[in-house]
Write a protein of this length. Structure first.
Length: 101
């Protein structure tokens, strides 16, 4: 993976900050739907909680300390508590994220 995703494609990638900024949750499982447009990526970040994501459309790539994972539709992926993660969408991706305490 290159630091500048545009070096590998003929399109301009948009880098956006992580969308979930809560530091405390009022329940053990916090669901939220999310859509990422094509050619968007969220730079390396960490959440204070573990997270599960169910991909309903598109293909999502997660780059973590443990490796790079390409998640197709109808699959579940997860990240560990405070794990550093970069999220990449080359197509429109619809997914449900479930944040876990």
């Amino acid at each position: 993976m290159t630091n500048n995703l545009s070096d590998r494609t003929n399109v301009t990638w948009q880098s956006v900050p992580a969308r979930f900024r809560r530091l405390e949750l009022d329940r053990p499982l916090f669901p939220r739907p999310t859509t990422m447009p094509p050619f968007e990526h969220i730079p390396l970040h960490a959440h204070p909680f573990g997270q599960l994501a169910y991909i309903s459309q598109g293909v999502l790539t997660m780059v973590t300390e443990q490796g790079t994972f390409v998640i197709p539709p109808n699959k579940l992926c997860g990240s560990r508590l405070k794990s550093l993660t970069k999220v990449i969408a080359a197509t429109v991706v619809h997914f449900g994220a479930f944040t876990l305490i």
